[in-house]
Design a binder for this molecule. Structure first.
Ligand SMILES: Cc1cc2nc3c(=O)[nH]c(=O)nc-3n(C[C@H](O)[C@H](O)[C@H](O)COP(=O)(O)OP(=O)(O)OC[C@H]3O[C@@H](n4cnc5c(N)ncnc54)[C@H](O)[C@@H]3O)c2cc1C
Length: 263
């Protein structure tokens, strides 16, 4: 595997559980908006590799990543304490199923994320190509606490008639709501539930999502991805896979071990 030794150039804490870090970029490394790479540290010489979505755009000088901090996680217990100048090894083969080519072009692209699953979507909304593929885009981000609404300021600065942002916070009372919602809504519920109940469309004054015209990308915890995938398949949507490009595409934000509670 082609790992390149790079340096961390900056870090930013969002919450006790999440942080962003930037790195130097491997020479000649190419990727598409929405893809992920494997990166890691070598604490005792042996590489601890983990998958990470790339937040930055393909043209960016540096690479940017949004990370969870798992206190006893093999990688992130160490990565969370790394800083500018520290080494990080980045595999220069990028892949993933959340690029613009992974769903058919369409009317509205719904991007449903939980937690760090927002990372690939930040890369997508930074791209001018977003509105070459879709007329509108809706970014739904569900987290447990308000602090975990990473990139909130940047997303808000990009909001327009064409790009909507619906943050929801499930474990904390808060008064933060979609800045251009047409009507009040319960912002303590999960974004995926709002999609399935149809409330998402009414608060945005958009027609209900239609598999013929609209597209969906999922990047969430395994439970959210599973529930949404089952629901979409039951409601006439087609998932992109090796047989062809459908109208929805899925990526895991992380994988769980048997003992995990993945809500
Ligand atoms: C395709 C793909 C893309 C990924 N992209 C990212 C990303 O952009 N940012 C990121 O932080 N992680 C991402 N992950 C998860 C990442 O690979 C690691 O699991 C994470 O960095 C934790 O590593 P660790 O060694 O500290 O703990 P691990 O031993 O890998 O994980 C321990 C446990 O922590 C929980 N966990 C792991 N990652 C997360 C997470 N992101 N959010 C909530 N709980 C988690 C799970 O329950 C897991 O079983 C991605 C995973 C996949 C499969």
């Amino acid at each position: 595997m082609p790992y390149s030794e790079e340096r961390i150039t900056s870090t930013r804490r969002w919450s006790d559980k999440t942080f962003t870090f930037t790195t130097t970029r491997p020479e000649g490394f190419e990727f598409k908006n929405g893809q992920f790479v494997t990166l890691g540290l070598r604490p005792e010489g042996k590489l601890i590799p983990r998958a990470y979505s790339i937040v930055s755009e393909p043209e960016a000088e540096e690479l940017e990543f949004l990370s969870i901090h798992v206190p006893d996680g093999a990688l992130t217990s160490r990565l969370a304490h790394s800083g500018p100048g520290d080494s990080v090894w980045i595999n220069t083969k990028a892949t993933g199923s959340l690029t613009f080519e992974h769903v058919q072009p369409g009317r509205t692209l719904y991007m449903l994320a939980t937690g760090t699953g927002i990372a690939p979507f930040i890369s997508l909304i930074r791209s001018d190509a977003l509105f070459e593929y879709f007329e509108k885009a809706v970014l739904v981000h569900s987290v447990r606490t308000v602090q975990e609404l990473a990139y909130r300021d940047e997303i808000e600065s990009r909001i327009s008639e064409r790009l909507r942002y619906v943050p929801t916070v499930t474990r904390e009372n808060h008064d933060y709501a979609c800045p251009i919602a047409q009507q009040p809504y319960d912002n303590n519920q999960r974004g995926a539930d709002m999609f399935r109940s149809g409330e998402l469309f009414s608060i945005l004054d958009l027609p209900p999502a239609d598999p013929e015209q609209d597209r969906v990308m999922l990047c969430g915890n395994p439970a959210m991805n599973r529930e949404m995938t089952d629901w979409l398949l039951e409601h006439g949507w087609t998932q992109t896979n090796y047989k062809g490009v459908g109208n929805f595409s899925v990526e895991q934000a992380f994988v769980t071990t048997m003992s995990d509670n993945d809500d």
